[in-house]
Structure formats: C-alpha cells, structure tokens
Design a protein around this ligand. Structure first.
Ligand code: DNO
Length: 394
C-alpha cells in the first residue's frame, strides 16, 4: 500500500517535513479556500504542488480530498449545467497536473459529524466522539426539529433532555462548534439559525430524489473522468445514517452497490473508509472491502467502538469494532490481484484516518481529528500489520 497523509495546506499546523518524518510519501490535500462550485485553475493546483515539492522531503500530491460538490447539485436546483462543467474543468486541470485520484462525498450540508472533539482517554489523551444523546439534544432542543424524536432511542432522548436542562449556553456553543468541525473549507459553517435555513433548502427532498441527483452527477462526470484516466472515489457518510432529517445515501453495502452500478465504469469508485462504514452496525467492513475490491481507489483506515444507543467513539486504529487485520488482508489481496493483471496502479493509497490527540498534540491546535502524534501512532500500527501480512503472503 502507498502510505498517505492528509495535509490541509499551508494553514496546517503540521509541517511537510513532519509529514515526511512519519514515513508517508503521498500527500492527500485540497484547495480548501476555493468556494464550492468554482473551478480549480491549473495555476492554483501547481502552486500547491510547488509548495509540496519545495519542502524537498520526497512528498508529492497524489490524492485530492475533496473536490467538493456544490449543494445545488445535491438539491438538483440552480444552474446545474455550469456546476457540472466547472467540476469537469477542475478534473481536467488536476489531470493535466498529474493528480488523478479524487475523493468526494455526497452528504447534504454537513461532512463528518461529531458531538465532542476531546473525549478523555486513559492518561489524558482525547478522542472524537459521537454521542447520540448530545446529537438528539442538538436536534430536538437547539435546532427544534421535533421529528428528530423518530431518529433516536427512548434512552438517548431521555439522556438528551437531562443534558439540555443542565447545559449552559457555553456548553451549547461547544456542541454546535463540535458538530460543525467536520467542514474543512473556509465556507459554510452554520449557526443554529443559518443551519435551520440551509436545512429548509432540502425540505421535501427524500432519499429517492437525492439518489436521482447523485446519479445525474455521476452521469455528468464519470465519462469525463474515464477519458482523463482519473479515479473518482466516493467517501461514505459519517455517521452512516440519516441526520438532521437529511437522507444519507452512501451508508452501507446496498448503497455502494447502487452507486457503483449506476455508472459501471472503474472510474466510478470508492474510498473505503473503515471508520465511517464501521459506525453502522449492519456493516461488515472487511466483507464490504472484498465485495467492492476492484473499485477501491483510496482507503481511510481507522476504527470506532459502537454503543447500543447509537453513540460511537473513535478507538485506536487496531482496536474497536472492525477487524483491521482482516480488512488490510482484503486490501493486500486486491493489490496482489491487480499486480497479477500487470496494472501500474496496483497499489492503493491509504492514509491513517483521524487519530487521538496524544502528548504534544494537546494544545497544538491541529485540525480536529488530525493531530500529529495520534496519526503517527495509527500509521505505525497499520504499517506493522501491513508488513506482517505481506511477509506471510510472500
Ligand atoms: C473526515 C474525512 C471526510 C472526507 C470527506 C470526503 O475526516 O474523512 O471529511 O474528507 O467526507 O469528501
């Protein structure tokens, strides 16, 4: 596997020499300052490449994460022709610069969602956490979306009531900021009011309509990606369930099957994110990896521990509910199969996804979920598994 590292660009608190020190070779990055829907110019792409090369530490930009999809495409409203044309132009510009793998998601409004960014761990580290009671409190009592009652267990709702009654305004602010922390760009961070307003743009848009809009997007961009020799890879929903009353359509094996069959071209592929998929109790992540192996273009490796009320917390990379060794075995088997076919791109880029904040990470202010030491620990553990399995395969 090719070891990747997500780097948020010059604003990232972690430097490129540090990235190189982890042993990773592939930079995973994006032009986060460019608003959704605007073309990524060759100049802007090259500028980012120059910054990476100028560090002179043997890194290169290999995966885009993400080339975001404008909300109008998800809603199926507005000047879609220009938005699709812009997306294809960004793809063509990336291809012209030699960046050929694009990770994206199709989650309405939000990206990954957590309710706590610093749940305490043994010895003082911290982890990202999704608390069903806290999310229920946000939806029911801050956003005031009564239908949310249907989305949570009775236990989560009673705990939500207690939490909300005891919460201070400051605690509610922290909760809102934690929920918004997954949006990586400089745009579209919501307050409770602006979120309510943005949600109203999705009123009446159900699962089938969202799927139809997604299928249209695939039909518009996958043929162009195939012509350019690019690999598009959708990232699963996180958490993999409906949230804020918005449908989620990239959450389990049936969804992935539908997406990959909608436009059956290898350019229409998957980001195998073990943490996102692993938060849904119906998902057997190694089995999903085996089922869709030939369409996996990129892997995010991390683990979560699920709780009965729908909460989950990010675990160490090798502990948690997903059998990481089995998952890596599935990915290595796919690489071997590709190598047998003589494919130049047999190796899959993986990156250690998220990490606990450990030791010197605390207070360093890295992007939530993306600290240095915690991810380095994850990468080192994953590397050990890969080395062990590769040794026995050989
Ligand atoms: C979370 C990430 C996601 C991912 C996007 C892809 O840490 O895995 O935010 O980058 O969903 O579009």
């Amino acid at each position: 596997m090719i070891e990747g590292w997500r780097w948020f660009g010059p604003v990232d608190k972690i430097t490129l020499p540090e990235v190189a020190q982890t042993g990773a070779t592939a930079v995973v990055t994006a032009l986060h300052d460019i608003p959704y829907g605007v073309v990524w110019s060759v100049e802007d792409i090259q500028e980012r490449q120059k910054i990476i090369l100028a560090a002179e530490v043997g890194l290169s930009w290999q995966v885009v994460e993400s080339l975001p999809i404008h909300e109008d495409i998800k809603k199926g409203t507005g000047d879609l022709g220009s938005l699709f044309a812009n997306y294809r132009q960004s793809m063509a510009n990336l291809a012209a610069c030699g960046v050929e793998t694009i990770c994206y998601n199709f989650m309405p409004l939000l990206d990954w969602t957590r309710t706590t960014l610093n749940a305490p761990l043994r010895g003082g580290g911290t982890a990202l956490r999704f608390s069903a009671p806290h999310m229920a409190a946000f939806e029911l009592f801050m956003l005031k979306r009564p239908e949310a009652e249907d989305d949570y267990t009775p236990e989560a709702i009673s705990a939500a009531k207690i939490w909300f009654q005891q919460s201070t305004v400051q605690m509610q602010d922290v909760l809102l900021n934690s929920i918004m922390a997954g949006l990586p760009g400089a745009y579209d961070r919501y307050s409770v009011d602006s979120l309510r307003n943005a949600l109203s743009g999705y009123d009446g848009l159900g699962r089938d309509a969202l799927r139809a809009n997604y299928e249209r997007f695939l039909q518009e961009v996958i043929p162009a990606a195939a012509d350019l020799g690019m690999k598009m890879c959708v990232h699963p929903d996180d958490p993999p369930r409906d949230i804020l009353g918005l449908p989620r359509i990239v959450s389990d094996a049936a969804d992935i099957d539908w997406i990959l069959s909608a436009v059956p071209d290898r350019a229409n592929g998957l980001t195998l994110c073990s943490g996102s998929l692993g938060a849904n109790p119906v998902n057997d992540v190694p089995a999903i990896a085996r089922q869709f192996a030939d369409r996996i273009h990129f892997a995010h490796l991390r683990n979560v521990s699920k709780e009965l009320d729908g909460s989950f917390q990010e675990a160490e990379h090798l502990t948690g509910d997903t059998d990481m060794v089995d998952l890596i075995a599935a990915l290595l088997a796919e690489e071997a199969r590709r190598a047998d076919e003589g494919r130049a791109d047999a190796q899959i880029v993986m990156r250690p996804d998220h990490g606990h904040e450990l030791g010197p990470d605390l207070g360093r202010g890295a992007h939530p979920g993306y600290p240095f030491v915690g991810r380095l620990r994850g990468l080192a553990e994953l590397r050990g598994v890969i080395a062990g399995l590769s040794h026995s395969l050989n």
